[in-house]
Ligand binder design. Structure first.
Ligand code: 13P
Length: 284
């Protein structure tokens, strides 16, 4: 069934977990993510980032995300990830997405506030909620290993974050505290204390972007400090490629393309499965 962002976040609060927000730009990752959520009977966020338009357009993959979410046996949020402009966010909301992120993190503060507040106004007219972002994370949402080193100078300041949340009305805040998008070029050093201070000052759930490449202990430590949504893409996408490669290496000549899609789906499901079990505290 389709649910809103706030419902998912309140589930996370009451279960002391973080909701898995998986980017599903291809049908294989979409089916795999729902399969995992249904297996464990947990809510999940299916996300499409604006930067993934070159893989599939939101107007093509979005209706499939929504249809699978509606008929799923578990609660699913369908979310615009890293919306860069208001038109894109509106496109998602018109399709029926129940949640959007406006990423104004690279804008000057006042512009970020103004654009995010406008996103909140638009989203509310559709009955949806907004994730905002403050503080800059390096890397990008395409899994390109270009800059996988966090820069402490760009971490989110709790006092400024408090003002940002008050002035925009966002339901949750993506913050910079040591994670990067894509692959890490060096051991991540997360500022756990900063997560606690951000949560205390803003009063809203904190969102971790750049979920790939952290240990299970790191996920759990961040959840204990107030992270309630963790975005995940690169490792699941890599797992799909590895699954496809393994099939091609094993059975040269005896397959058709859909066999590759099935192998990729299974491999993504396995990878997302371990991520989900850790976030929701399933199986010890
Ligand atoms: P990773 O690609 O590092 O998992 O991050 C995904 C993300 O944050 C999408 O918004």
């Amino acid at each position: 069934m389709l649910i809103g962002l706030k419902e998912a976040l309140s589930y996370a609060d009451s279960h002391s977990c973080a909701i898995a927000a998986v980017n599903t730009p291809v049908f294989e990752s979409l089916v795999a993510t729902i399969r995992v959520a249904e297996k464990h009977q947990v809510p999940v966020i299916l996300a499409h980032a604006q930067s993934h338009e070159k893989i599939n357009r939101i107007t093509d993959i979005g209706p499939a995300m929504l249809e699978l979410a509606r008929r799923s046996s578990v609660p699913c949020v369908v979310h615009v990830d890293h919306g860069e402009d208001l038109d894109y966010i509106r496109t998602g909301l018109e399709l029926g997405f129940t949640s959007v992120m406006l990423d104004g993190s690279r804008l000057p503060f006042e512009e970020n506030v103004a654009r995010t507040a406008e996103a909140v106004r638009i989203a509310r007219s559709f009955g949806a909620d907004v994730e905002g972002e403050l503080g800059v994370m390096t890397g990008n949402e395409n899994g390109d290993p270009d800059q996988g080193v966090a820069d402490e100078a760009l971490y989110t300041d709790p006092e400024v974050a408090g003002q940002f949340v008050e002035r925009t009305g966002v339901a949750c805040l993506a913050a910079s505290f040591g994670t990067v998008h894509g692959l890490y070029h060096r051991e991540p050093h997360l500022d756990l204390d900063l997560i606690s201070r951000l949560r205390a000052r803003t009063g809203v759930p904190i969102v971790m972007h750049g979920g790939s490449g952290l240990s299970q202990d790191e996920y759990r430590a961040c959840i204990a400090r107030g992270v309630r949504k963790i975005n995940y893409y690169t490792y699941s996408a890599k797992a799909g490629l590895d699954g496809a490669r393994a099939l091609l290496a094993d059975r040269a000549g005896v397959f058709v393309y859909p066999d590759v899609a099935v192998a990729a789906t299974d491999a993504i499901a396995e990878d997302v499965g371990s991520f989900v079990r850790c976030l929701y505290g399933i199986g010890g």
